[in-house]
Ligand binder design. Structure first.
Ligand code: HEC
Length: 142
């Protein structure tokens, strides 16, 4: 098929404009679900208690893929748990157990649903909660 040069230029211009618009939309809309995989918040990591250190290991085995190192979120995958949204008064410890056991329907962010986490013991979850709470407290989230 012979493509006439002028319509082709229009197609390229329109495609470019759409791509540009999509890029603009992707930046600056917080909380956003970008794709660069980096942490979403800057946090201070405190000296952890023994229990929290165990929780860190369990977190790294079960949650880090989505919630990122030090629960600082992972752009494109999951939200930071060291975040005001997850302070104890808003998401108590039971919310963590439920999240792992039943998964979470997306409601605060735009990452999609959290699936249930397989093969994580109650003991490990309690340690993960201790870990996340210590991180939260060290960052002014009480
Ligand atoms: C496959 C990705 C993924 C994994 C693995 C994952 N999460 Fe999540 N989690 C999410 C997403 C996405 C949300 C946010 C849902 C929303 O939009 O509110 C979330 C939300 C949560 C919430 C908030 C629940 C609520 O009631 O709003 C808690 C707590 C949580 N996760 C804990 C954990 C813990 C603990 C682990 C590891 C045992 C874990 N998550 C593993 C993706 C994940």
């Amino acid at each position: 098929m012979h493509i006439k040069p002028i319509p082709l230029l229009i197609v390229i211009a329109v495609a470019g404009a759409i791509a540009y618009w999509a890029l603009l939309r992707n930046t600056g809309t917080a909380p956003s679900a970008g794709t660069d995989g980096g942490p979403m918040v800057e946090i201070t990591v405190p000296d952890l208690s023994l229990n929290a250190r165990k929780g860190k290991q369990a977190f790294e085995a079960n949650c880090i893929a989505c919630h990122g190192a030090n629960a600082a979120g992972r752009d494109g995958s999951g939200p930071p748990l060291v975040h005001k949204t997850y302070e104890p008064g808003h998401h108590g410890d039971a919310a963590f157990i439920l999240a792992a056991r039943r998964g979470v329907q997306s409601h605060h962010w735009r990452f999609g649903n959290m699936p249930p986490v397989e093969n994580v013991s109650d003991e490990a979850l309690v340690q993960i909660i201790a870990y996340v709470r210590e991180l939260q407290r060290a960052n002014g989230i009480n």
